[in-house]
Ligand binder design. Structure first.
Ligand SMILES: NC(=O)c1ccc[n+]([C@@H]2O[C@H](COP(=O)([O-])OP(=O)(O)OC[C@H]3O[C@@H](n4cnc5c(N)ncnc54)[C@H](OP(=O)(O)O)[C@@H]3O)[C@@H](O)[C@H]2O)c1
Length: 264
């Protein structure tokens, strides 16, 4: 008798459950994604995840492009964002773009008073101008096809705080956040979503160069409430979410992936 009542109650509940999304799966089949700085670190992990989720991916970079020769759905494309005019030509020639991840980035560490201006300008060219140029190419492709595209800029926790020796990097990431807002304001009305992820330290090649010294890493870790640095996958998961239809109403967001660094 009791089990009959339980079955009847469950049958009544089922229509309510059916109103929820039947699947939370993300599927990028039929989409073309471009990932700048797709050859290493966060960018490479993003390339592989997007390909696994069905996208055709163009992984841009200057080195190690041959690693994708046997990877289904991935094409390595040479593109040096330090050379703006050449990069513009390459980006404009990529064809249809549905998803863009502006991930390529470099850093340069030196005290403010000896910060080399040529190095400062190189960081700004790759991190900021490179993201704008790639964003323009993607926007033009999406607008020409009236495609509902999505763009994610990979910024940093460093965009809103000053970190010793990181002048070029912090300035470039602050500018990237403003670029995200500008892209969101101008492209949103025409169906293109733009957001940013702002990770804490990830021990990629770049992360190791800046944070592998324990004496430097310990105070940074102490400022992160979750008491760990991010893994590449932490950042990739946030990028995938923001690119996907699951984030259909998320636009112009500057999303920390920082274990609470900004909250502390
Ligand atoms: N690691 C961290 O702690 C951390 C934290 C927050 C945010 N981020 C951001 O995350 C992004 C990825 O960083 P990562 O840690 O994965 O760095 P990474 O391992 O050093 O990889 C950087 C990528 O950028 C590409 N790149 C560098 N210079 C380039 C240029 N002139 N033209 C085109 N591509 C260029 C590199 O490719 P090639 O060498 O093949 O050109 C590489 O694929 C960056 O925007 C970075 O600022 C990193």
């Amino acid at each position: 008798m009791l089990s009959l009542m339980r079955q009847a109650t469950q049958a009544l509940r089922r229509p309510l459950l059916a109103r929820a999304n039947s699947s939370y799966a993300v599927d990028f089949t039929g989409k073309t994604a471009v990932v700048t700085g797709g050859t290493k670190g966060i960018g490479r992990a993003t390339v592989l995840k997007l390909a696994q989720l069905g996208a055709n991916v163009k992984a841009l970079g200057r080195s190690g492009l041959e690693q994708f020769a046997d990877v289904p759905n991935v094409e390595g494309v040479y593109c040096d964002l330090g050379n703006t005019s050449e990069a513009t030509e390459i980006l404009n020639g990529l064809g249809d773009i549905d998803l863009l991840v502006n991930n390529a980035g470099i850093t340069y560490l030196a005290p403010l008073e000896t910060h080399d201006i040529a190095e400062f300008e190189k960081v700004m060219t790759v991190n900021v101008t490179g993201s704008l140029v790639a964003g323009q190419a993607a926007a033009r492709s999406m607008l020409a096809r009236q495609a509902k595209g999505a763009i994610v800029n990979v910024s940093s926790q460093a965009s809103t705080v000053g970190l010793p020796d990181h002048t070029a990097y912090c300035v470039s990431k602050g500018a990237m956040d403003q670029l995200t807002r500008m892209m969101a304001v101008e492209l949103g009305p025409r169906g293109i979503r733009v957001n940013s992820v702002n990770p804490t330290v990830v021990l990629t090649d770049m992360g190791k160069a800046a944070w592998s010294d324990e004496a430097k890493a310990a105070p940074m870790l102490a400022r992160i409430p979750l008491r760990r640095f991010a893994e590449e996958e932490d950042v990739v998961d946030a990028i995938v979410y923001l690119l996907s239809e699951r984030a259909g109403m998320v636009h112009g967001a500057i999303l920390p992936v920082d274990g609470g660094f900004w909250a502390a």
